[in-house]
Design a protein around this ligand. Structure first.
Ligand code: PRX
Length: 657
């Protein structure tokens, strides 16, 4: 088993050493009140200091932190640095077009946030109102988020790859009166028609009164409805660049972000002010070993939780420069990331295994000539990273001198929960290693719910006690929060992932144990894709599974039984794939659609997905299908199926299509 000692940099003191880390971790678990009292006071600015650190718990679903304190998140992320270091760079915008980077200082950011906060007020947005943000990965997205935080509005950022149906559902669920978008987006040289998508969505959203449109490309043909739409530049530039921050109670909601679970309908996961901000601030400081002159390069999109926490809130709260990268790693060439790192002297670089695998496959020549010597920490997030990709990241990108942090967390946890720590942790490629401060993990037997104590165990991952940045509820549906996360194993937070704890107490995340598929770090439920498919007029029934994929981690394979009335099977498959794209977004496009006469169901009508998973992954072949024994050997017991003959038909059909 490969292991790597954490690198020590000459002339650079890490925030933590093995000794200080051990002591702090112990305190964070044994006396969370004392530990987080110090953290909360040292790392955040409070307008009204808290007296109570922690209350509530997982049994009742009433977790709360610092509840009598008051602060403002935008003040913490912007004002305090604009006061201390006004000319320091806050945001580096690396636009889709190479060579067009722009820098925004903390003083400029403060003015922009205030002007936009005043714009929101002009359109009657008040504390507690929900605001939808559907923007490309541009600084205006961060400005809009921080402006909402400034006036106490709850932002709901919708990733700009979602289709109009998905945008509509999210706007309606949160009853947003204001939507912020752009005329068009640019990604990898391609145009996306954001305003058109938003228009199609809000036609069906009577709650929307105002749509603020940022001009990203300036395309003249963009539709505009004067009674409802306003141009960002026309209205914002007229606002006063001063807006007093609203005092927010620690447990007031800060934002909601939709994520997929086991059912078809995405959940609006709600994060609150102080606990979330503390999680974001602390993890940036300790996991990325952030220092005042750092340039943090998180390559995610602000539309996902990684962008919220590690592009916007975490780095800005720490007062460093944060990169907003609008493009893709291969545009205009596969050297784009490395060009960006050298140009901006990025000190922490954070991306997803899917990008690492894709770049590794394209060859090391794309890194030749790049120094990459500014980087100290290389982070990975979103899915398990296979050891080959980890080693490539370490050797070819990190030149064996950087700390690799494989960070495990979720939309619901708000910030990183399992991770190595620079200067401290011995890493093992493929393992997210150990829990972060305040996080106590458990491994349970999935069937009995019994905790598996000791090392060398495998089961489902739970978190044993609340930490500050854990999500507090599902928007307007606390019952769903309880049912999804806190009821499956009472007293614990159920993460939905399988995990191994090895002989040294290291954690190895095994992937989801529920019906969630992770495609290139994009999380979606099989039920969501199935609901999209059955909207197709010819689709009778659909079952969706994930299969392993070398680049995207997992890929979507759909089995559809269809009604009669089609003539060309390839055309039908294409239109079913298009149906999913249209209903969810291009990132959810199935890799394969297999048209089958029927689905494998038990006598009680339940689809046996385990069979479909094996058929889709080609784990069972035509050769196996020749005999019952061959089928049983590959698929296990199928005696509970209502019609066992379907299995052979499925294998044959899948092989042909
Ligand atoms: O299955 C885990 C996987 O991504 C899920 C969370 O997805 P999402 O809420 O979209 O947040 C992604 C970014 C934080 C988890 O339940 N996951 C995330 N990070 C890792 C991971 N799996 C293994 N290793 C990781 N480092």
């Amino acid at each position: 088993m490969l292991e790597f000692e954490p690198p020590q940099f000459q002339g650079h003191a890490h925030h933590l050493t093995k000794e200080t880390y051990e002591e702090m971790y112990k305190e964070s678990i044994a006396s969370p009140e004392t530990f987080f009292d110090k953290m909360g006071k040292n790392l955040l600015h409070w307008h009204q200091p808290f007296t109570k650190v922690k209350a509530g718990g997982f049994h009742q679903g009433d977790v709360n932190w610092f509840h009598d304190g008051q602060l403002n998140v935008s003040y913490n992320c912007v004002d305090r640095h604009a006061i201390a270091t006004p000319n320091k760079v806050a945001i580096i915008y690396e636009a889709d077009e190479p060579g067009r980077a722009q820098k925004i200082t903390y003083a400029e950011l403060l003015r922009k946030v205030c002007q936009f906060a005043n714009t929101l007020k002009k359109y009657h947005v008040k504390k507690g109102d929900r605001v939808a943000i559907y923007l490309p990965n541009i600084p205006e997205a961060a400005v809009a988020m921080l402006a909402c935080a400034r006036i106490g509005a709850i932002h709901s950022v919708i990733f700009a790859g979602f289709s109009s149906d998905a945008v509509r559902d999210r706007i309606l669920d949160a009853e947003c009166a204001v939507v912020i978008t752009a005329d068009q987006g640019m990604r990898g040289g391609k145009v996306t028609h954001l305003k058109k998508i938003v228009d199609a969505a809000i036609e069906q959203c009577p709650c929307v009164k105002t749509c603020i449109v940022f001009q990203r490309t300036g395309d003249k043909s963009v539709p505009f409805t004067p009674e409802r739409d306003v141009w960002w530049h026309e209205v914002v530039d007229n606002q006063r660049p001063v807006c007093p921050p609203e005092m927010m109670k620690s447990e007031d909601p800060l934002f909601m972000l939709y994520t997929s679970g086991s059912t078809g309908k995405p959940k609006g996961v709600v994060h609150t002010q102080a606990g979330y901000l503390l999680g974001a601030t602390m993890t940036c400081k300790y996991v990325f070993d952030m220092h005042p002159n750092d340039v943090h390069g998180c390559m995610a999109d602000v539309g996902w939780i990684t962008g919220h926490t590690y592009i916007v809130y975490g780095p800005l709260s720490n007062g460093v420069a944060t990169v907003i990268f609008e493009s893709v790693p291969t545009y205009p060439t596969p050297s784009r990331y490395w060009d960006l790192v050298d140009t901006h002297k990025v000190t922490q670089f954070y991306t997803a295994p899917t990008a690492i695998r894709a770049l590794r496959r394209l060859g090391d020549k794309h890194l030749e000539g790049y120094k990459l010597d500014s980087i100290r920490v290389l982070g990975s997030v979103g899915e398990p990273i296979n050891p080959e990709a980890w080693l490539w990241y370490h050797e070819v990108v990190g030149r064996k001198r950087c700390m690799i942090v494989d960070t495990y967390w979720q939309t619901e946890t708000g910030s990183i929960v399992v991770t190595p720590i620079p200067g401290v942790t011995t890493t093992k490629p493929g393992s997210a290693t150990k829990p972060f401060f305040g996080v106590e993990l458990g491994v349970l037997d999935s069937q009995t719910g019994q905790e598996l104590v000791g090392n060398d165990v495998e089961g489902v991952l739970v978190i044993k006690s609340p930490f500050p940045s854990i999500a507090r509820t599902v928007y307007d549906n606390h019952k769903r929060y309880m049912d999804t996360y806190l009821k499956p194993y009472p007293g614990f937070y159920f993460a939905g992932d399988g995990v191994k704890r090895d002989k040294d107490g290291y954690y190895w995340i095994q992937g989801r144990v529920d019906d969630v598929i992770n495609v290139s770090g994009h999380r979606m439920s099989t039920a969501e894709v199935e609901s999209a498919l059955i909207l197709h007029p010819l689709c009778g029934e659909a079952a969706v599974v994930g299969v392993p994929d070398d680049i995207s981690g997992e890929a979507i394979v759909c089995f559809c039984s269809v009604k009669s009335g089609y003539s060309d099977i390839t055309e039908l498959q294409q239109s079913l794939r298009a149906q999913v794209r249209q209903n969810i977004g291009p990132f959810a496009t199935p890799k394969r659609v297999i048209i089958v006469p029927d689905l494998p169901k038990t006598r009680s009508g339940k689809i046996m997905r385990r069979i479909l998973r094996k058929v889709a992954a080609k784990d069972v072949t035509l050769e196996d299908a020749k005999t019952d024994a061959g089928i049983r050997e590959k698929l296990g017991d199928i005696s509970t199926l209502a019609d066992q003959s379907i299995v052979k038909i499925l294998i044959e059909t899948a092989a042909k299509q």
